[in-house]
Design a protein. Structure first.
Length: 372
């Protein structure tokens, strides 16, 4: 029988607001062990889109504050060619089909091969007008784009990632061995453990005592595990936690790096003093998943389904629409209108209907609309 995954130290935000700190610890089945795609599966994904897992049983509700889509009065026409990651091919097509009902004169297409990295390269070349990518762009993609155009691509969040779906932009968690009594981590502490740059202003943290543990734990070394650069999970954590104030964070050289995300839960399950991060879909061994504090004074947020769906958990992920938008010029009206649709209630209903990814909350959609 597969051992259980311990989701530990979840603090209720309401309780934190009144000063109480009741601890909630629950046990859930560990995720099934996944394996990397075979070359044949990867090629099939590029041709037809990746086969997605069964939808989550739980489903969120749409944020009632999302605005309804009301088409602008003018007739829109135009032909635009796009690209997409293999895990976004179906969702992108559904958005395009729904948008065409409002604007039949606009022809948007997303054709194989499906791969975000290929699409980003084509955006630099100018052979596509836009690309749906299920992660942050590679630094190399942004560098090449800036070298050609003098500014970076516009990366506009258009929906949330999944909660714990394998291969579908699952939320990221930090976790420790089940014997470790630590209750939470702050972004400042993670930066002090994992980075050489420490842009968040903390001194290096190397022992569990420096994180507040006492007794037998006080002098024990922290064994950090991570994913070898470059990787989508690694880039996400680097951007969200290690980078600050416009400065890019750099990893410590002595981190035990794995080439892929798959072994990390077992590494920590076997190492009493270990700590690591991975997507929730890869927690296939018993570990303690920690609530995180993004900013000083904020309540700890555990990676529960509710917190991820409400965008309260700080390491929830996003799907991006990437486009060449000069800082001083508007997008073509048809593309701007397409994004306005995607970021509306009707556009996020498409996400909800697919039941793999999570709809944006209105605060997130508002920030995305501001980029238009």
């Amino acid at each position: 029988m597969r051992r259980a995954l311990v989701m530990a130290a979840a603090l209720c935000a309401a309780s934190a607001a009144i000063g109480a700190q009741p601890m909630v610890e629950w046990v859930v089945p560990a995720s099934p062990t996944h394996r990397p795609q075979t070359p044949e599966e990867a090629e099939e994904g590029r041709r037809s889109g990746r086969k997605l897992p069964a939808p989550e049983v739980l489903q969120p509700t749409l944020d009632p504050a999302l605005p309804s889509y009301v088409p602008h009065g003018e007739k829109l026409i135009g032909t635009f060619k796009g690209a997409a990651s293999d895990v976004l091919a179906v969702l992108a097509q559904k958005w395009i089909e729904r948008f065409r009902k409002y604007h039949p004169g606009v022809e948007l297409s997303v054709s194989p091969p499906y791969a975000g990295s290929l699409g980003a390269a084509e955006l630099v070349k100018g052979t596509v007008d836009f690309v749906f990518v299920s992660r942050e762009l590679r630094p190399d993609d942004i560098r090449d784009f800036k070298a050609k155009f003098g500014y970076g691509p516009a990366s506009i969040p258009i929906c949330g990632g999944s909660y714990r779906h394998f291969g579908a932009l699952d939320a990221v968690a930090f976790f420790v061995n089940t014997e470790n009594p630590i209750e939470r981590l702050t972004f400042d502490q993670i930066d002090a453990i994992y980075s050489t740059t420490r842009h968040r202003g903390q001194m290096p943290i190397r022992t569990w005592g420096e994180l507040g543990l006492t007794g037998a734990w006080a002098d024990k070394p922290i064994h950090p595990y991570g994913i070898k650069p470059w990787n989508g999970f690694e880039e996400f954590v680097r951007q969200r936690v290690l980078s600050a104030g416009g400065r890019r964070g750099e990893w410590r050289d002595d981190i035990v790096f794995e080439k892929l995300v798959f072994p990390l839960a077992k590494r920590v399950a076997d190492d009493r003093y270990g700590i690591a991060y991975s997507g929730l879909a890869y927690l296939d061994e018993p570990v303690r998943v920690l609530p995180l504090v993004e900013a000083s004074g904020a309540a700890p947020q555990a990676p529960t389904y509710e917190n991820v769906a409400l965008a309260a958990y700080p390491l929830s992920r996003l799907v991006y629409f990437n486009v060449n938008k000069s800082p001083n010029k508007p997008l073509p009206p048809a593309l701007s209108e397409f994004l306005r649709f995607v970021l509306s209630r009707e556009g996020q209903e498409v996400v909800l209907d697919q039941a793999i990814y999570l709809p944006l909350r209105e605060g997130q959609a508002r920030s995305s609309r501001a980029q238009l």
